[in-house]
Design a protein around this ligand. Structure first.
Ligand SMILES: [Mg+2]
Length: 439
């Protein structure tokens, strides 16, 4: 990609009016008494052909001061509502430290009253490039450079388990109406088809496991037995709330049991729900231990444990920046031979609910892909248990490519409030870990 022109312009009402707020990628903000430029704000925007840096000393209303220039601060706050926190407050009462502002934004405390806000999708690369440098001034420089050299700000977002959920929803309408082709409308909605997409057990259980991990970590982590206990509670709770999401018979009985016991399952339910472990585990060993803990409460057959672990490990490797070749090497060495192509198996592949008969196929769908959406299309194109293949493949593909914003947005329209809350709680709790990567 050719590098973009960087345009620096003094902040003004006119400049703010023409600013497309959705393209603001970072904001540097310094308060009175801060080192560097007091009352200083810089908004860094990413356009197709240029990077715009609006900057100025404009007397933000911190410490009770007034604006020194006639700038429409409300216009800026429409772009970045959380800036209101800083109006008329002193730094003492302002929330300090680095934290997630919402799913989109991360706050970095730049010390001495300086703050930097950045789109979460750019955080990882930003911190890598920033290194040890002082954040406010150097941050503007790094950000401008990243955007002008094509940081794909809108395209990429490493954003957790939504990949599995998208795969489930996209595959749901093909589970009982297999489509042995990659050509279909992605995420067809309620008014677009007689067989519209919906969320199924794969999304519900993915979120149940994610919620269990949130509770486990909030309670201090602790033993993997404690994680297993949280997983049982959470899966039963979610399962009973969504009784018709499409569970197998044995799992349905387990959901209803007062003292649920594992039932030696090798079913692919083990693999479709496990991706949160790949996002939260900090090392490969931790990912494996977490995967086992949430799996063995039902799928304690060796093939069940293995199918889940292969999925969690591939997700972990993908999210921590390993290449597709490196991930494949680990899968082939430790889990499945992958001695087939999708084209070879497509004509004869049939519905198969075992881990050993669907996890390798779902992973191969990822290994033959060129993008997140392409991976899901691959998974659906072989037929079979389409939503579960989609969920397993989507978990890894989402971690590898990131899930494009428009796909995520569409997928979220299929979820209800309870599931969205579970998704948000998980992402909020672990967003910093997502950005930090593993090992
Ligand atoms: Mg399903």
């Amino acid at each position: 990609m050719a590098s973009k022109e960087v345009v620096r312009e003094k902040i003004s009402n006119e400049a703010i009016r023409i600013l497309d707020v959705s393209k603001v990628m970072a904001i540097a903000f310094a308060e009175i008494g801060a080192q560097g430029s007091p009352n200083y704000i810089a908004l860094i925007s990413d356009f197709a052909d240029k990077v715009l840096v609006l900057f100025g000393d404009f007397g933000y209303e911190a410490f009770g001061t007034r604006y020194t220039e006639d700038v429409d601060i409300e216009e800026i706050e429409r772009a970045v509502p959380f800036l209101k926190w800083f109006r008329g407050t002193s730094i003492e009462t302002t929330k300090r430290g680095n934290f997630i502002v919402d799913n989109e934004w991360v706050h970095l405390d730049a010390m001495a009253g300086n703050h930097f806000f950045i789109r979460a999708c750019l955080l990882e690369r930003f911190l890598k490039r920033l290194g040890e440098r002082y954040i406010c001034e150097a941050g503007i420089e790094v950000m401008t450079d990243m955007l002008s050299n094509g940081a794909e700000a809108h395209e990429e977002k490493r954003n957790g388990i939504i990949g599995a959920i998208v795969g489930d929803i996209a595959g749901s309408r093909f589970e009982w109406h297999n489509r042995k082709s990659k050509r279909f409308t992605f995420l067809k909605g309620e008014h677009e088809s007689r067989h519209p997409c919906r969320f199924t057990d794969d999304s519900v259980m993915t979120l149940a496991v994610a919620s269990a991990i949130v509770k486990w970590r909030e309670a201090g982590g602790g033993s993997y037995d404690a994680l297993s206990a949280e997983a049982v509670t959470s899966m039963q709770e979610f399962g009973r709330r969504y009784p018709r999401a499409g569970y197998g018979g044995a799992f349905r009985r387990w959901l209803g049991a007062a003292a649920p016991e594992p039932y030696n399952s090798w079913g692919n339910g083990a693999a479709m729900r496990v991706s949160a472990c790949g996002w939260v585990g900090r090392t490969l060993d931790e990912v494996k231990a977490m995967s086992r803990a949430v799996t063995e409460v039902t799928h304690n057959h060796p093939e069940g444990i293995k199918g889940a672990e292969a999925t969690a490990v591939a997700t972990f490797l993908a999210r921590t920046g390993k290449s597709m070749e490196e991930i494949k090497e680990v899968v082939v060495r430790d889990y499945y031979p992958l001695d087939f192509t999708l084209d070879e198996i497509r004509p004869t592949y049939e519905f198969d609910v075992s881990c050993q008969g669907s996890v390798p196929q779902a992973l191969e769908a990822f290994f033959e892909s060129t993008s997140f959406e392409d991976a899901i299309r691959n998974a659906i194109s072989i037929g079979g248990d389409s939503d579960t293949l989609g969920a397993i493949c989507g978990a890894v593909a989402g971690a590898y490519y990131g899930v494009p914003g428009d796909i995520r947005e569409k997928a979220e329209t299929f979820l209800d409030g309870h599931l969205l809350k579970a998704l948000n709680d998980f992402e909020r709790t672990f967003a910093k870990d997502f950005a930090a990567g593993g090992e």
